[in-house]
Design a binder for this molecule. Structure first.
Ligand SMILES: [Zn+2]
Length: 316
């Protein structure tokens, strides 16, 4: 089964000097080879900006993460290829290598400057998560709590510029007001790369039924994530993860749900889904639950593919 995974933080391990993503021996959750061998044809690689760098050094830290990823691409050109356009996406089917989509997690990377959207685009970035858990000059994140603000004027300009260039607007981590604001503003489908269903697990990072519903109506997609705390506070498991997929499909329909593992971005691991090599177990579980091959193909691959094919620029 072909898989697109909409979120991982594996770049952090490289940034921290712990390993290279072409190495197979490591204590992390994913690398270029294990992802590809598990069926992943396209992996979103997020550049995460640690809180200590925000806000003053956020731009530099983001650029450092981007540089590190380009280094990994060069070092491992036999294993991975950067995906920046519809053309690249199409080529993936014949390419034996893993596709990598470069994402930035946190609008702090823009330094409050609209032209930075285009700069990041030129560096190959094709997805920006507008916020992490904190607030920034685009919007507030879920960590701000009840009294949060929605999308700022600058945030609105950023969304429009991203639409124009062909970058995916990622609303994982954004606080609810901003979520609703972006759905109004964005002319392209928006995505939530890694979050689950609040109805099954009331974590602030998970989406409520209204959000799931509206995301589907807008044409977007949610990436169901493997983070234990977002699956079940007591007993996270593959089985319980599939409950989240079932629930999201029930609310959104089969065309708006995908995967967003968050490999190498979680402190604990879900039993049975510890590393990328366990992905086939999830596919098997979906088939066992009664999803047809066609439906599993949509969940694992097709829905993200459709949105990428809609949003990305035609060619590089
Ligand atoms: Zn995240």
């Amino acid at each position: 089964m072909k898989i697109i995974d909409a979120h991982c933080d594996s770049i952090l391990d490289v940034l921290h000097g712990q390993r290279h993503l072409g190495d197979k021996r490591h204590n992390g959750q994913a690398d270029f080879t294990s992802l590809r061998e598990a069926g992943v044809r396209l992996q979103f690689f997020a550049v995460f900006i640690e809180s200590a760098y925000k806000p003053a050094k956020a731009v530099l830290r983001a650029l450092e993460g981007i540089e590190v990823f380009h280094g990994e691409l060069e070092r491992n050109a036999h294993l991975v290829t950067l995906v920046k356009s519809k053309e690249d996406l199409k080529r993936l089917s014949e390419d034996q290598r893993l596709g990598g989509l470069l994402a930035v997690e946190g609008g702090e990377a823009l330094g409050g400057q609209l032209s930075m959207v285009s700069t990041l685009y030129r560096l190959g970035v094709r997805s920006i998560g507008l916020t992490w858990n904190q607030g920034n000059d685009l919007a507030d994140g879920v960590g701000v709590g009840e009294k949060h603000q929605g999308l700022t004027k600058f945030g609105e300009e950023v969304v429009k510029e991203m639409n124009r260039l062909g970058m995916l607007v990622d609303l994982a981590h954004i606080a609810e007001k901003g979520f609703w604001d972006v759905l109004e503003v964005s002319e392209s489908p928006v995505i939530v790369t890694h979050a689950n269903c609040q109805a099954l697990c009331p974590h602030p990072r998970n989406l409520n039924d209204e959000q799931l519903n509206a995301l589907a109506a807008q044409g977007g997609c949610v990436g169901i994530t493997f983070v234990p705390d977002f699956i079940d506070a007591v007993n996270p498991s593959i089985d319980r993860l599939v409950d989240h997929i079932d629930y999201a499909v029930q609310i959104m329909g089969i065309d708006h749900v995908g995967l967003g593992s968050d490999f190498d971005g979680m402190d604990t691991r879900t039993p049975g889904l510890e590393t990328a090599s366990d992905l086939p177990k999830l596919v098997a579980e979906l088939l066992q639950r009664g999803y047809s091959e066609e439906d599993v193909n949509k969940l694992a691959w097709g829905n993200w593919y459709r949105i990428l094919n809609e949003c990305l620029p035609k060619e590089n």
